[in-house]
Design a protein around this ligand. Structure first.
Ligand SMILES: NC(=O)c1ccc[n+]([C@@H]2O[C@H](COP(=O)([O-])OP(=O)(O)OC[C@H]3O[C@@H](n4cnc5c(N)ncnc54)[C@H](OP(=O)(O)O)[C@@H]3O)[C@@H](O)[C@H]2O)c1
Length: 250
């Protein structure tokens, strides 16, 4: 499994939605894939390892990273990319009515896990002169406030700001990893189904999101994955850059 052109990708949240579609699109490009989720990941790829991990658990993250670095070493790739994509929207409710367990899970999955994974990735490959990229999947909710999504908005805003800070750090490194955040736009996945199934009492903008679906204009995960990868291929990425595919090309 060795080639000087080989690219390795770690994709979290690869069991469905955007993560599963990214895995398929990357497989089409001949990438080696290390795929992570709690649920089953259908392994129909040329070169992939599917790793079961609950990213709200530190022990699972540590075990996942050990296996990922073994996967990288076995391939001696020319580039390694981490796509921190796994995420949860719940809880959907005003902050004073949120379940504390769901709030804690949101912070762990959406923010703590990408922070720990990014740090470990940079540390493990710090002396390696190769293309290193971390893509933190962000959201318009990082900059726009939505009543009913306080935990989600806070985690995505935190993820963007973490990205900016690490970008500054990496600029100083001899062999820097590029760390960016990238929002995919609204995509027709299970996350959107959860939004549409919520109540106006918990989420006042419900009707707007229901209209996205009924208008037939929502892109599917496959289309979103291609847009994300095209963006990564073509946009001049800066250290700590915060991007939204909807702003690409005007
Ligand atoms: N869809 C949109 O409109 C939209 C818009 C902006 C941003 N985003 C962002 O895009 C990313 C992907 O969202 P999506 O729409 O594809 O959501 P999705 O269809 O709900 O998929 C979420 C993925 O995250 C994984 N995940 C959730 N909790 C996990 C945990 N504890 N441990 C490991 N994996 C976990 C899920 O796998 P398991 O359940 O099998 O573990 C699943 O593969 C998220 O970061 C989301 O915030 C989505």
């Amino acid at each position: 499994m060795q080639s000087k052109e080989q690219s390795v990708y770690l994709v979290t949240g690869a069991s469905r939605g955007i993560g599963a579609a990214l895995a398929s699109a990357l497989d089409d490009r001949g990438a080696s894939l290390f795929l992570v989720a709690r649920g089953a990941i259908e392994d129909r790829f040329s070169d992939a390892e599917c790793f079961s991990a609950d990213l709200s658990r530190r022990a699972d993250i540590d075990a996942m990273l050990d296996a990922f670095f073994r996967f990288v070493e076995a391939r001696a790739p020319s580039s390694v990319t981490v796509i921190n994509n796994a995420g949860v929207l719940a809880p959907i409710a005003p902050a004073h009515r949120c379940d504390s367990g769901e709030v804690a899970a949101s912070l762990k999955i959406n923010l703590l896990a990408p922070i720990l994974i990014t740090g470990a990735f940079i540390r493990a490959l710090i002396d390696r002169d190769m293309n290193k990229l971390v893509v933190n999947i962000s959201s318009g909710a990082a900059s726009s406030a939505y009543a009913g999504w306080s935990a989600y908005c806070a985690t995505k805003a935190g993820l963007d700001h973490f990205t900016r800070c690490v970008g500054l750090e990496q600029e100083q490194e001899r062999y820097p990893a590029k760390v960016i955040a990238l929002a995919p736009g609204v995509v027709d996945t299970e996350m959107q189904s959860q939004i549409r199934a919520s109540s106006e009492d918990d989420f006042p903008m419900l009707k707007k999101f229901q209209a996205y679906k009924s208008s037939g204009a929502l892109p599917g995960p496959g289309e979103a994955a291609v847009r994300l990868l095209d963006f990564l291929d073509n946009w001049p990425l800066e250290h700590g850059g915060i991007y939204d595919v909807r702003h690409a090309g005007g």
